[in-house]
Design a protein around this ligand. Structure first.
Ligand code: HEC
Ligand code: HEC
Length: 201
């Protein structure tokens, strides 16, 4: 047993782990893709400059892997088809892990009265028209799960576009659940819930 550390040192395995605190290791290829492509719209840290580009910081890697593969393979259509074309499964996994590990920035709350309408819909839905409570799937804090996207702090403009696209089935991949919900929502409800979600941290 006494010789075990020496053997391990000879293999060179624990030296790195002992030398530095565990800093996230970013694959140079992933960093290169982020710098040359993704950062133009989503920022280096997943905080998109424009509200039409979704924030990726703290999004679940599993969800992003699925969306990127769907964009690459044409199941989900949009600007991203061109961006994801040619990415390998390994690069997709690396990119999703990279953005998922970024800390989301705090958001400025919008009009509090309007956001309060959205808060009601988010937590209780609209029992009169059959809109399901968002919290029942996306979670009380809108953090989502590995299968379900995080919504907290997402740009309201992006959320509105997605809800509209789910309604029209223009979001082409996995729209069954969200179509059933979005198709029952009024414009006011969509804008209010987006304002509320966008103000969450
Ligand atoms: C030209 C701007 C642009 C570039 C560059 C870009 N994206 Fe996107 N991205 C978008 C837009 C716009 C969307 C929203 C969906 C759509 O309309 O295509 C999006 C959506 C996404 C989504 C889905 C987010 C969600 O919540 O469903 C992921 C993941 C993503 N991009 C990752 C990336 C990665 C990784 C790269 C680099 C390889 C990248 N994007 C490069 C504009 C861009
Ligand atoms: C029964 C479960 C369920 C409920 C309730 C639900 N969602 Fe979803 N939502 C989903 C699933 C599943 C997805 C992911 C679809 C996919 O994989 O492409 C999703 C995706 C989304 C997206 C796309 C996010 C992104 O990053 O692109 C938005 C926006 C959204 N939901 C908003 C809402 C809002 C607002 C409500 C309440 C009015 C709501 N959802 C209620 C299951 C649900």
């Amino acid at each position: 047993m006494k010789s075990a550390p020496i053997v391990l040192l000879c293999l060179g395995l624990p030296v790195v782990a002992l030398a530095a605190p565990p800093a996230p290791q970013v694959n140079p290829r992933v960093k290169e893709i982020v710098t040359n492509k993704c950062s133009l719209c989503h920022g280096m840290d997943g905080e998109s400059a424009s509200a039409v580009f979704p924030r990726l910081a703290a999004q679940h890697p599993e969800y992003m892997v699925k969306q990127l593969a769907d964009f690459r393979d044409g199941r989900r259509k949009g600007t991203m088809n061109e961006m994801a074309a040619g990415l390998t499964d390994e690069e997709i996994a690396g990119l999703a892990a990279y953005f998922g590990a970024k800390k989301p920035l705090a958001r400025r709350p919008g009009d509090p009265d309007f956001a309060a309408v959205g808060k009601y819909i988010f937590h209780k839905g609209n029992p009169y028209s059959g809109v399901a409570a968002c919290a029942s799937c996306h979670g009380k804090a809108a953090y989502g799960t590995v299968q379900l996207p995080r919504l907290a702090g997402q740009h309201p403009a992006y959320l509105e576009t997605q809800l509209t696209e789910f309604n029209k089935r223009e979001r082409t991949n996995d729209n069954a659940i969200m179509h059933a919900i979005a198709s029952k929502m009024t414009e006011l409800e969509i804008k209010a819930v987006a304002a509320y979600i966008g103000s969450l941290e």
